[in-house]
Design a protein around this ligand. Sequence first.
Ligand code: ZN
Length: 202
Amino acid sequence: MKIICIGRNYTEHIEELGNERPDNPVIFMKPDTAILKDNAPFYYPEFSKDIHHEVEVLVKIKKEGKSISPEFAHKYYDEIGLGIDFTARDVQSQLKEKGQPWERAKAFNGSAPISKFISKAGFDLQKTGFELKINGQTVQNGNTSLMLWPINELIAYVSKFFTLKTGDIIFTGTPKGVGPVSIGDELVGFLEGQEMFRFQVK
Ligand code: ZN
């Protein structure tokens, strides 16, 4: 399976990082070795001093497809989840400066904690709220209504370049409020108020 991530999909997050608004979604990938599941702890890597959380709504692809049109995209997923796109911001800044790829900052071991997946049936994905709390404090509070490219358009765009296969996961971008995590933190994620994950930084 592969993990496809979308960058710069929420206006206010683009502004907080001082990035340009892209003409198309920014796409990058993580390998399957990035996945952490079942609330496994995240071990702070030694190569960074500035690991940031980015809470994101996840989509799990249920059948193979390429060049999917937006109006049929909903047929390619039944389940959604919540995850963290951990980012070594210090490493990413260095790579951006040199115009180099982001893998060392974004695709390292454990950089993709994911929740269980649940049926999308109970959600209006045009306006689904989600939240990340660290040690009980809300740090990110997003809503899919603020996406520049909604989920179905992301699937259409991504599938022009990459055949989507059963089990692939799409990270749909983070809203504003990204920031650092520290050893000892507890991260808890909610989708429409429902707890989706709870894990520690060690
Ligand atoms: Zn992200």
